[in-house]
Ligand binder design. Sequence first.
Ligand code: AHM
Ligand code: MG
Length: 338
Amino acid sequence: MDHHGTTITQFISEEQRKAPGATGEFTALLNDIVTACKMISNQVNHGALVGALGSAGSENVQGETQKKLDVLSNEMFISCNEWAGHLAAMASEEMDDVYQIPDQYPRGKYLITFDPLDGSSNIDVNVSVGTIFSILRCPGGVERPTERDFLQAGTQQVAAGYALYGPSTMMVLTTGHGVNGFTLDQNIGEFILTHPDMTIPADTAEFAINASNGRFWEAPVKRYVDECLAGKEGPREKDFNMRWIASMVAEVHRILTRGGVFMYPMDSKMATKGLGGKLRLLYEANPMSFIVEQAGGGSITGRQRIMDLQPESLHQRVPVILGSRNEVERIQGYHADA
Ligand code: AHM
Ligand code: MG
């Protein structure tokens, strides 16, 4: 195979060079993240061959059973990112508390939150999973960041991205100037720019929701889905298509590629358990909202823009409705009506 593409490192360096006062530190941080994702991709790829499938026999702070690959991916992400001096601390969906940079390494000016392997219920059945990350600035004067330093609204993100471990491995990234997608060329070990300036069509006829929760949904979401299901004969006067992969990275990637709406809305089952939603604000909802908005889409809880939320705790969960702008606005309107 012969191509002369732009590598992700070249792309980011050139983008950073445009920023006044850029030191190259951000580019170096992203390089370490890229390395981590390549390592995770390699493990995911080898699956059962390297004994990486199955349960780790432990639970995370949210009481979910951890898969071996959840734990391995978390370790790989940390070891690639802790030594270089770009980060002041990290926070992961798979760790109870803030991860401090070990004393033998220098500390940097950024914070990172990440979900090392999202959609891990799909690992054992060989369906796409991914890594999601969000980069924040460490507040000035903070030596040893605590939970409070991570509680920044999504609008404060410096960058966000995901790696998708699918038929090909991809990295999709925003630094607040649009969204770009890169495909891993396994032969040379580099991500190459293949999807410049990704945009989400404003309209769609495709939605994604776990319909088994239907009886627990709130009225506005029920109304929206019912209207989609009614198709040509219903108020929307067109037929809709439905998808549910149970891998948020894969769903968001589909939406970035051809439009659509993804919903993990609030429901009464979660409310009974005292949960604010299914997906985590800092590891999933905020980074994905940043990417989706940068691609021209919308991202809300139903009641408000996700990126405007003031986070209250590290592992906070929120309802998520994101994708094609006109559909997301419609769903927000249904919530306002209710
Ligand atoms: P995870 O971080 O534990 O993998 O959970 C997040 C995932 C999302 O990727 C996906 O959208 C959702 O959980 C699927 O949930 P469900 O199994 O309830 O359909
Ligand atoms: Mg997750």
